[in-house]
Design a protein around this ligand. Sequence first.
Ligand SMILES: [Zn+2]
Length: 86
Amino acid sequence: MFGASRTEVAVTCRMCHQLYTLAVDMDDFKLWEIERVPVQRAFVDLKGVPYLSDGERELLVSQTCDACWASICSENAEDTGSEQTQ
Ligand SMILES: [Zn+2]
């Protein structure tokens, strides 16, 4: 719980098929996957501070990585050159 003992889990982006590893506490993972606790509440430390970045949470929830989200957004905005991540 609370990110105390983290295990690396592999997540493949469904857009670019890049394999990513995220370090999550498996108890927290089960909270999210089985108990359906929202990601922003499941993956928090003892102080209630999320220990996964927005991008990492999105990757878990939607299997879409930061880079692909950026390209989706830039497509919508009809923008070019969107390598940047936050
Ligand atoms: Zn991707």
